[in-house]
Design a protein around this ligand. Structure first.
Ligand code: FES
Ligand code: FE2
Length: 366
């Protein structure tokens, strides 16, 4: 396995200022330096299976239409009418006539966001109205989801994901179904939420009843591959049943951060995955999905469905424990007692994450 020669905890301890979680200027820099310069996972592809299906994706103060075209490919564009800035499409749905009509003055766009008709067209400045279109957004389909990028300067998704993409490819996620989901608004900065899910040593405290007997949290093995990171976690009932030379993904929970805000917690046959969306310095939208692979050998469809239902309920219970801690942070975020946050070596993925955010936001300050 890729990690066997690496140290369990590859980075020294570090610290960051608590203020970096609540400072409005830092928050703005993160939008420009982090979220505009990465690939962001948006909606499951199963939400738009047919040509003409579209999803209106609204996070980060953006509204983006992701559309399935006639040839089956995806396109995406900013959901803003180019006449006077109205929201063009109000909600996700299906477009039969290949036309989107602005509710304000009737500017009419095709599936790709090109202006096809404007009432009183000749009364506009000709050079401004010709070839008008909603600004396009880069979109790629990968691992069961539509991913977008808000910049032209970032390499393609595969190149961006690099090692994380190689890791995820092993699972064949195109064959998994997105079967479960839940979302919740949290009273915390988005980085608190990323931090909360990228280390294991809170398990014996936060998850004493739900996880500490199952997950061998003290044997997590961290791997940093900037800007991303991942870890393997041995787990009862899986690791002990696999030969020593089994692939690390077959024998562990493998846990990935696709920088900045997409997390996977994978078993070989099914997984939970979530995205963490800033909604203000102290508000975060957390969206989790349960993905289920093909029925494993030796199980019936029904047994597999029951097992997945049980696992998802367990995941929700575990997440609620994390959410309690995270929302508790929100109640003291403005306290004069907030100083520096200390990361130990077992929190090396947090060190790497904050180092990357700092690198990308200090560029913005110049
Ligand atoms: S703002 Fe859309 S047609 Fe006027
Ligand atoms: Fe947790």
């Amino acid at each position: 396995m890729a990690m066997q020669n690496d140290a369990q905890y590859p980075l020294p301890p570090s610290h960051v200022a608590a203020r970096s979680y609540t400072d409005p200027a830092q928050y703005s820099r993160e939008f420009a330096g982090v979220f505009q310069r990465g690939w962001l996972r948006t909606t499951p592809l199963s939400d738009l299976p047919e040509p003409g299906d579209y999803v209106i994706w609204e996070e980060l103060d953006q509204s983006i239409a992701i559309v399935r075209r006639e040839d089956g490919s995806l396109c995406a564009w900013h959901n803003v009418c180019q006449h006077r800035g109205a929201r063009l499409v109000a909600a996700s749905g299906h477009c039969d006539k290949e036309r989107f009509v602005c509710p304000w003055h009737g500017f009419t766009y095709d599936l790709t966001g090109k202006l096809r008709f404007a009432p009183m067209k000749n009364a506009f400045q000709a050079d401004r109205i010709e070839s008008l279109r909603t600004p396009p957004v880069r979109v790629e389909a990968y691992a069961g989801f539509a991913w977008i990028c808000l910049s032209d300067d970032v390499p393609d998704l595969k190149t961006y994901l690099a090692e994380i993409g190689h890791e995820l490819d092993w699972f064949g996620l195109d064959k998994f179904d997105v079967r479960y989901r839940f979302d919740v608004m949290l009273d915390a900065n988005w980085k608190v939420v990323v931090d909360a899910f990228n280390e294991t040593w809170h398990v014996p405290f936060t998850h004493q009843a739900t996880l500490s007997d199952i997950v061998q949290w003290g044997k997590a093995h961290l791997r940093i591959c900037d800007p991303h990171s991942w870890m393997t976690i041995p787990v009862k009932g899986l690791t002990d049943r696999q030969p020593d030379d089994a692939d690390h993904r077959a024998a562990h929970i493998t846990h990935y951060l696709a920088f900045p805000n997409t997390i996977y917690s994978n078993f070989p046959t099914h997984l939970q995955t979530w995205t963490i969306w800033p909604a203000g310095e102290r508000r975060t939208h957390f969206i989790a999905y349960g993905m289920v692979g093909p029925v494993p050998d030796g199980l019936t469809e029904d047994q597999w469905a029951k097992r997945n239902q049980r696992d998802w309920e367990h995941f929700e219970a575990v997440s609620r424990e994390d959410i309690g801690i995270i929302n508790g942070w929100g109640t003291v975020a403005g306290s004069l007692g907030q100083r520096d946050y200390l990361f130990n070596t077992a929190e090396g993925r947090l060190t790497a994450f904050h180092r990357e955010v700092a690198r990308r936001t200090s560029d913005q300050a110049e």
